[in-house]
Design a protein around this ligand. Structure first.
Ligand SMILES: C[S@@+](CC[C@H](N)C(=O)[O-])C[C@H]1O[C@@H](n2cnc3c(N)ncnc32)[C@H](O)[C@@H]1O
Length: 208
C-alpha cells in the first residue's frame, strides 16, 4: 500500500500595516535613480516598512541597489528627545517584528541598523543618493539628523524631511528644517510639496 500526501500551497504572507504615513507625491523626484545599478538609499525612521518596500519596489530594482534602515524600534517615548508617549501603543519593540515580516520579501536589499539615528549615523560609511528623515520629529533630533545626513549625501543627491509642520515648537521638525534650509542655502536647492521638504545637494562642480 502506498501513502500519498497532499501538500497545500501556502501563500506568502502579505505585508500588513497598522498606519500608512506616506505621501508618494514628493518621491517622483527620485525617478532619476529608478532601477539603476549601485544606488543607495537611507531611511531614518522605518516603522513597519511601508516606505522601505515602496522605495525598493519603485526605485531600487537595479543590481547592487540597496536601502539602509535606521530605527531603534523601541517605545517612541524612549527614542525621542521630547519623550512623546502618545504613540507608544503604536511604536514599540513589537514594531521590529512587524517590520521584519513586512519586508521579508525584500530583505536581500535591506541593511538594518537598529538604534537611535544620533548613534548610528556617525558610523555609516559611503554616500547615499537619497535620505529620508522621518525618525524622531523633535526639533533637536531633526537638526542633528539633517546635518549628519547631509555629510552622507552624494552631490546631486536628494534629502526629504517628512512631516515638516507636524506638531508645534520643540516637538515639530519645522524650526530645525527652517534653520537647515537657511544655513545651507548656498549648497542646496529646495522645494516643498505638501508637508514634505525636498532638498537637493548642489553638485560640487556647480558651486562657485
Ligand atoms: C513616522 S514613523 C516612520 C514611517 C516610515 N518612514 C514609513 O514610511 O512607514 C517614525 C519612526 O521613527 C522611529 N524613530 C523614533 N525615534 C528615532 C530615533 N531617535 N532615531 C531613528 N528613528 C527613530 C520610530 O521608531 C518610528 O518607527
Amino acid at each position: 500500500m502506498t501513502r500519498s500526501f497532499i501538500y497545500e500551497a501556502v501563500a506568502p504572507e502579505q505585508p500588513s500595516y497598522s498606519h500608512v504615513w506616506f505621501n508618494p507625491q514628493a518621491f517622483s523626484c527620485l525617478e532619476k535613480f529608478a532601477n539603476k545599478s549601485n544606488i543607495n538609499f537611507l531611511e531614518i525612521g522605518c516603522f513597519e516598512g511601508y516606505g522601505t518596500n515602496y522605495f525598493i519596489d519603485n526605485f531600487l530594482g537595479g543590481t547592487n541597489s540597496t536601502i539602509t534602515c535606521v530605527d531603534p524600534w523601541i517605545k517612541y517615548s524612549e527614542s525621542t528627545v521630547t519623550g512623546m508617549s502618545e504613540w507608544d501603543d503604536v511604536i514599540n519593540q513589537e514594531t521590529f517584528n512587524v517590520f521584519r515580516r513586512n519586508t521579508d520579501q525584500n530583505s536581500a536589499k535591506i541593511t538594518i541598523r537598529r538604534g537611535l539615528s544620533k548613534n548610528i549615523l556617525p558610523s555609516l560609511n559611503g554616500f547615499f543618493h537619497f535620505i529620508l528623515i522621518d525618525g524622531d520629529h523633535s526639533e533637536e533630533a531633526v537638526w542633528l539628523d539633517a546635518i549628519m545626513s547631509f555629510r552622507l549625501l552624494h552631490s546631486g543627491g536628494i534629502m526629504i524631511f517628512d512631516d515638516y509642520d507636524w506638531n508645534i515648537g520643540k516637538k515639530s521638525p519645522k524650526l530645525a528644517v527652517d534653520r537647515f534650509v537657511e544655513e545651507y542655502k548656498d549648497v542646496i536647492y529646495y522645494n516643498q510639496i505638501g508637508n514634505q521638504i525636498i532638498v537637493e545637494k548642489i553638485a560640487a562642480n556647480l558651486q562657485a
